[in-house]
Design a protein around this ligand. Structure first.
Ligand SMILES: [Zn+2]
Ligand SMILES: [Zn+2]
Length: 306
């Protein structure tokens, strides 16, 4: 028979899973450690904080999400939507969950200790996923810098301490809602990065649409080359050099490449996803000799059919 939590708070919009676990635990008078031990897929005993980083990036790899959802009477799939791989895949079909290395993604994009906006915490006791993204060092709502350690004991806040509570330092019990009066000036680059992640994390923003006759991966490939043109690199052949990293006659498109490209071309991901690629451009690409790269023969064949 299924067992249910007595109190079943709903996840907030944009909340991290590690934050939600702490809220469920405090409402039910147990510790996050109890929840972790009950629902973790393997028995990780010593390095909970290290492994719990995966909760917010690729939770399926460490945590039994569906059992946790059942015990909270949540619809299946609700909690997965709180994690980065799932959010990105939902918008641009990178298939990160099965193709990507969580640790290398974390190195590039994810801050592994808690960051927070004290003013947001004051209004709502939950940690947001966007606060963990590298390069986003401010709260867009309050225009203050995110705080990355406890103002009292100066220690970095763990994502999921054994006795963790949202808004409280697990080392000294200091409340983290202290308001700092500080006006953060957001530059253009930061703004693009913020818009990009905000877009990925917002449920009803449009997804990448396949170009008719191409797969998602091929569509992504053509879009990237189209946007690279905006950087006016020398030749179209050079552009492909960025994409062909795979082996076994398969090419890989790294997610890092898209973020890097957006930053360099100063475009938002909304422009990237929603811009229609002119058929003239597709014809132009298919007329180029890209078949010296074995793994692009298939792409060329698909393009020729359009
Ligand atoms: Zn805020
Ligand atoms: Zn502290």
């Amino acid at each position: 028979m299924d067992r249910y939590f007595l109190f079943r708070p709903k996840p907030f919009d944009c909340e991290t899973l590690s934050s939600y676990i702490q809220r469920v635990s405090i409402r039910n008078l147990i510790s996050p450690d109890d929840i972790w031990r009950t629902f973790t897929k393997k028995k990780y005993t010593n390095n909970q904080n290290c492994i719990s980083i995966k909760l917010d990036v690729n939770p399926n790899s460490v945590f039994d999400l569906s059992s946790f959802e059942n015990s909270l009477m949540l619809e299946n799939g609700t909690l997965k939507k709180m994690s980065l791989f799932s959010l990105i895949d939902a918008k641009i079909n990178f298939n990160l969950e099965s193709t990507s290395n969580t640790y290398s993604f974390v190195r590039n994009f994810f801050v592994t200790h808690r960051r927070y906006c004290p003013m947001c915490l004051n209004e709502r006791q939950a940690y947001k996923l966007i606060w963990q993204i590298k390069g986003i060092d401010f709260c867009m709502i309050h225009k203050v810098p995110l705080v990355s350690s406890c103002p009292k004991c100066n220690k970095k806040i763990l994502l999921l301490a054994k006795n963790g509570q949202v808004g409280v330092c697990s080392f000294c019990d200091h409340k983290l809602q202290t308001i700092e009066d500080y006006n953060y000036v957001i530059n253009k680059q930061e703004n693009i990065l913020y818009e990009t992640w905000d877009y990925l994390m917002t449920e009803n923003t449009p997804k990448l649409k396949k170009i008719s006759g191409l797969s998602y991966k091929e569509t992504l490939c053509i879009k990237i080359i189209y946007f690279m043109r905006k950087l006016s690199y020398n030749s179209i052949e050079n552009h492909f050099g960025y994409i062909i990293e795979g082996n076994d006659n398969e090419y890989i498109i790294p997610f890092e490449l898209v973020i890097d490209l957006l930053m360099k071309t100063q475009h938002t991901i909304s422009e990237f996803i929603n811009e229609d690629i002119p058929i003239k451009f597709i014809k132009y690409i298919s007329s180029k000799d890209i078949t010296k790269y074995n793994n692009l023969v298939k792409l060329k064949n698909s393009l020729l059919l359009i």
